[in-house]
Design a protein around this ligand. Structure first.
Ligand code: SF4
Length: 317
């Protein structure tokens, strides 16, 4: 069931996820389309997430957006960075200069190589934020050889989080704490629980499908939503994911299509990373419980001997 509408306000709106946005020329969503979209979201009872460009919007845009409950997603270069709920950072050097707000979520978009070089810099960030999401721009380049260094980085960050909790602090890091708190799949669910409206007045599965030259639209405000083969975006039609317990995994539909040409079939790389995170979360949960009661309603995460559920396909019923 549809729950969220993502409004990409301009072609140059910040990316907050795996996809890149190569648009250089601003093309702002026309005000009448924005007004119509806000009305549609209200009628459909959807939560709205607004993705902004870095330049300041005309005042009438703010007034229309404020008609509906919404979450603002901006880049760290936006004038709205001190009031937005989600702030996206694309540059590790900038992390040192940000005045973090405890009530905002920060998204760090990074390549794997930069993460391996600089993950220790996240120690001080984790002490200042309530939640940090690390999003990788090149998941498809993750190799078996990366598994060791990625696992080492996760272990390092897990120690930071353990220390913070022991000292009475709290922080969420998507790579390590999300899985600890989940009992079932909590994926991105683009195309199922959320869709994106782009500046052209058309719906897309997510902003990545608008920003990529080979993306496709799934209807428009005028014609309504038209998701072809809608079942393919659902977990019960995902032949590998439905056997998986890396519940925090984004299960990125765009990455799936890019790497396997199927929206419901993930690449080995996406699964390996999610399972390394799952396994590090298991150890972190166990470590935290040695200090006292922690998430008592949660079951322990079981130990497994694979990094890709596809390896276990012969055991599926
Ligand atoms: S780890 Fe792989 S199989 Fe599991 S949910 Fe993620 S993409 Fe699907």
């Amino acid at each position: 069931m549809l729950q969220y509408l993502i409004l990409q306000l301009c072609d140059t709106a910040t990316s907050y996820c795996h996809y890149g946005n190569s648009h250089c020329e601003a093309q702002l969503m026309p005000l009448p389309i924005l007004e119509k979209a806000v009305l549609w979201a209200m009628k459909e009872d959807l939560s709205v997430q607004v993705v902004y460009p870095d330049y300041a919007l005309p005042q009438e845009y703010r007034e229309v957006i404020d008609r509906v409950d919404h979450t603002d997603i901006v880049s760290s270069h936006s004038d709205l960075k001190d009031v937005a709920q989600v702030v996206v950072v694309d540059d590790w050097d900038e992390l040192q200069d940000i005045s973090f707000a405890k009530d905002a979520v920060y998204v760090l978009r990074t390549t794997l190589t930069s993460f391996y070089k600089r993950y220790e810099e996240l120690t001080s960030v984790l002490q200042q934020v309530s939640r940090l999401n690390v999003v990788f721009l090149d998941v498809e380049h993750f190799t078996d050889a990366d598994a060791t260094v990625y696992g080492k980085a996760l272990d390092f960050l897990a120690k930071d989080i353990e220390q913070l909790y022991v000292n009475g602090g709290q922080v969420q890091l998507n790579l390590l704490t999300d899985r600890m708190m989940l009992n079932k799949m909590n994926n991105c669910s683009a195309g199922e629980t959320n869709v994106t409206l782009a500046p052209d007045g058309r719906f897309y599965v997510c902003p990545a499908f608008y920003n990529e030259s080979n993306g496709y639209s799934i209807g428009s405000l005028d014609e309504g939503l038209d998701v072809k083969n809608a079942q393919l975006y659902k977990l019960d039609h995902a032949p590998i994911c439905r056997h998986c317990d890396a519940y925090h995994c984004k299960r990125c539909i765009w990455l799936n299509r890019k790497t396997t040409l199927e929206v419901n079939t993930p690449s080995h790389e996406q699964c390996m990373m999610a399972h390394l995170e799952r396994n590090a979360s298991r150890l972190l949960l166990d470590a935290l419980r040695k200090h006292g009661t922690f998430l008592p309603e949660q079951e322990s995460i079981t130990e497994i001997d694979y990094l890709d559920p596809f390896e276990k396909r012969k055991e599926w019923q």
